[in-house]
Design a protein around this ligand. Structure first.
Ligand code: SF4
Length: 304
C-alpha cells in the first residue's frame, strides 16, 4: 500500500519527502506554443483550448510573484501548508529564451515557501541550454518536468496533431533521465480510433521507461476546440464512466509501483466541457477507481 492508497499518489510522495502537505500553485508564465504560433502549426493539438490547457492557472497579465500570492491566499482556505510547488502549466513553458526562462523560474523559486517548480512542456522544445538550466535548478530545488506523450501510436499522434514523432519523445526523455531530472509523462486515455490494446501499449511503454511520474488524462471534449468540431462531425464515442474506471485500474496495475501518479482523471471546467459530463464529479470518479482497486485487491504495479 502507499499510505492508505493502492497507488502512489503525488500527495503521498510529497508528504513522505517534505513531512507535510505540499500545495501546487498553478502559474501562467505568459508563454505561447510552437504548435500554435505557426512555428510548427497554427491550430495546436486538437484538444487544446484557448487557455493552452491551463484552465486553473493564475492570470497571465499579473507578475509571477503576484500570481503566487493570489494562489496561496485562495488555496489557504482549502489547505493549511507552508510549502509550495509553483506549477508552470499553461502552454509550452520552455518556449522562450533561456534568459527569460531563468528569470521567470527564479522569480517563482524566490517566493516565500516555494520549494520547487514544475514545468510542463513539449518534447521538441527542450534545448541543450534549457537542459543546463534544469540541471542547475535541480541541484538546489525540487524540480519536475512534464512532457505530453499522450500515446505511442503514430496514427493517434497525427490525429491529435502532437507535432513531433515518437523518436523525439524518447530522445528528450533520455536526456532528462541522464541528468536525473524528475520527468512526468502525460497519457490520454480515449483518443478516437484507439482501442483498449492501443491504450495499454502506451501504458506498458511508459511503465518500462520508469519515469518519476505519470498523468493519466481522460479525453475531454472542450468547447471551441477542433476536437469539439470533430466530435460533432464524426460522433466518436467517449468513455462511459464504468469503462473508464476499469481502464484506469488496468493502467495502474501495469504501471511500475515506483511511478508517482499525478492524475487519474480529467479536470475540465463545467462551463467549457462538452463531454464526458460524468467526469465533472471528479471525487466520485476517484472514489470509484479506489473501490475497484479494493474490489480487485490489487496494487499499482501488480501487473508491471
Ligand atoms: S503543446 Fe500544449 S499548449 Fe501547445 S497546442 Fe498542444 S496542448 Fe496546446
Amino acid at each position: 500500500m502507499y499510505g492508505e492508497m493502492r497507488y502512489r499518489t503525488l500527495n503521498f510522495e510529497l508528504k513522505k519527502k517534505f513531512g507535510e502537505k505540499v500545495v501546487k500553485l498553478s502559474i501562467d508564465g505568459g508563454f505561447t506554443c510552437p504548435n500554435r504560433d505557426g512555428t510548427i502549426a497554427t491550430s495546436g493539438c486538437i484538444f487544446c483550448s484557448e487557455m493552452g490547457s491551463g484552465e486553473f492557472a493564475g492570470k497571465r497579465e499579473l507578475s509571477i510573484t503576484r500570481q503566487i500570492e493570489d494562489q496561496k491566499s485562495m488555496l489557504s482556505k482549502k489547505w493549511k501548508s507552508n510549502k509550495y510547488i509553483a506549477y508552470f502549466g499553461s502552454f509550452t513553458n520552455t518556449y522562450a529564451t533561456v534568459e527569460e526562462l531563468r528569470r521567470k523560474y527564479y522569480e517563482a523559486l524566490e517566493c516565500e515557501g516555494v520549494i520547487g517548480i514544475a514545468v510542463a512542456t513539449r518534447a521538441d522544445c527542450i534545448s541543450e541550454e534549457v537542459l543546463e538550466l534544469f540541471r542547475e535548478i535541480n541541484e538546489k530545488y525540487f524540480l519536475w518536468v512534464e512532457i505530453g506523450l499522450q500515446s505511442v501510436k503514430e496514427a493517434s499522434a497525427k490525429y491529435i496533431r502532437r507535432g513531433y514523432d515518437l523518436q523525439v519523445f524518447h530522445e528528450t526523455y533520455s536526456k532528462l533521465k541522464e541528468l536525473n531530472i524528475r520527468t512526468v509523462v502525460h497519457i490520454i486515455l480515449g483518443i478516437p480510433g484507439e482501442d483498449k490494446e492501443d491504450m495499454m501499449k502506451t501504458v506498458d511503454c511508459v511503465s518500462k521507461l520508469k519515469p518519476w511520474g505519470v498523468k493519466l488524462h481522460l479525453l475531454h471534449v472542450i468547447r471551441n476546440t477542433d476536437l469539439e468540431k470533430a466530435y460533432i462531425q464524426e460522433g466518436f464515442p467517449l468513455f462511459e464512466k464504468e469503462e473508464y474506471v476499469i481502464t484506469v485500474c488496468d493502467s495502474l496495475e501495469r504501471l511500475n509501483g515506483n511511478i508517482v501518479i499525478h492524475r487519474i482523471t480529467g479536470d475540465g471546467r463545467k462551463s467549457d466541457l462538452v463531454g464526458p459530463l460524468w467526469s465533472l464529479d471528479k471525487l466520485r470518479v476517484i472514489s470509484e477507481i479506489n473501490m475497484e482497486m479494493k474490489r480487485r485487491n490489487s496494487l499499482q504495479g501488480d501487473r508491471s
